[in-house]
Design a protein around this ligand. Structure first.
Ligand SMILES: C[S@@+](CC[C@H](N)C(=O)[O-])C[C@H]1O[C@@H](n2cnc3c(N)ncnc32)[C@H](O)[C@@H]1O
Length: 277
């Protein structure tokens, strides 16, 4: 179907922005109006809605709108990611944090890749830990979640295009993927090491549902939240971490003004936050 861009009026933008915020905590500035138009026009065309007001009414009141809120949220999230993104933090986990845990006598490690998008982050961790022989030394579990059910389904399949490999050493791709026409299929021994699920980081029950972790990766997500939501999410992480516990955030995600609960470790090429014993 031809994708006619449907222009959004200010009042429609404000209403839609509030709906998105309520359901995902993602904040859309006015400067991002075009992004909503680009992402949602096709859906409006498919449904035959001429205006966003019609679509909003459908979202809010139509008895046949089952699953539409989830679908709309899936359309507006930014899912940019790739293998070995911001690698120094991943190396720090493998070369410093996990060896320290082993030296302290820990034989198990639960890791949460929170907001994992299409799965490159948790699979990268599984590959690097395999490479380092860590699975022979401890029981490692990786849970990966994202609010977007489409990216979670994609991640479960483990089929990637070359875009996901920018900067990935060829040897790495050769070892852990099988080429298949234009795709690369992740090998079962890595695929089996990650469990994927949908999950809203700002939902009321996520902390209790996920249980306790030793390590949390939550990178390039807090940037989409306001200060109140960021504080809520990092507090949830604090409570979800064992002590000692380790939190890796994205490079531009500074939480020092929001909480003093964590100790910040600057390891030269990146930061890590610890929950001390
Ligand atoms: C830019 S990607 C980051 C992926 C990966 N962590 C990385 O750094 O490469 C941001 C992800 O956050 C997810 N996200 C946004 N709001 C969320 C929320 N409230 N709960 C869970 N995930 C969310 C989006 O669906 C998207 O996949």
């Amino acid at each position: 179907m031809l994708n006619n861009i449907v222009k959004i009026r200010n009042d429609e933008f404000n209403e839609l922005r509030d709906i998105i915020y309520k359901n995902s905590a993602i904040t859309f500035m006015e400067s991002k109006k075009y992004l909503l138009e680009n992402r949602l026009s096709k859906r409006l065309n498919e449904l035959g809605h001429k205006t966003y007001k019609d679509y909003i009414n459908y979202l809010k009141y139509d008895k046949d709108n089952k699953g539409e809120m989830e679908r709309m949220i899936n359309l507006v999230t930014i899912n940019e990611t790739y293998f070995l993104r911001e690698r120094p933090q991943m190396d720090h986990l493998v070369k410093t944090t996990l060896p320290e845990m082993l030296a302290a006598g820990k034989k198990q490690c639960r890791i949460w890749s929170a907001a994992c998008s299409t799965g490159e982050e948790p699979y990268s961790l599984a590959m690097l830990m395999t490479e380092a022989g860590l699975y022979n030394k401890m029981k490692i579990e990786i849970m990966a979640t994202d609010i977007n059910s489409d990216v979670v389904e994609f991640a479960k399949k483990g089929e990637y295009r070359s875009m996901s490999f920018r900067g990935t050493p060829e040897q790495f791709t050769k070892t852990y993927f099988t080429p298949d026409k234009t795709n690369f299929l992740i090998k079962p021994e890595i695929k089996d090491k990650v469990r994927f699920n949908t999950g809203n980081l700002t939902g009321p029950t996520i902390g209790a549902q996920m249980g306790k972790f030793d390590v949390i990766f939550c990178r390039n997500v807090l940037i989409y939240f306001d200060a109140e939501t960021k504080t809520k999410v990092v507090t949830m992480f604090y409570n979800a971490l064992n002590a000692p516990g380790y939190l890796y955030l994205g490079h531009s995600e500074n939480i020092s003004k929001l909480t003093d609960k964590f100790k910040v470790i600057n390891f030269g090429s990146g930061l890590m936050h610890t929950k001390a014993k």
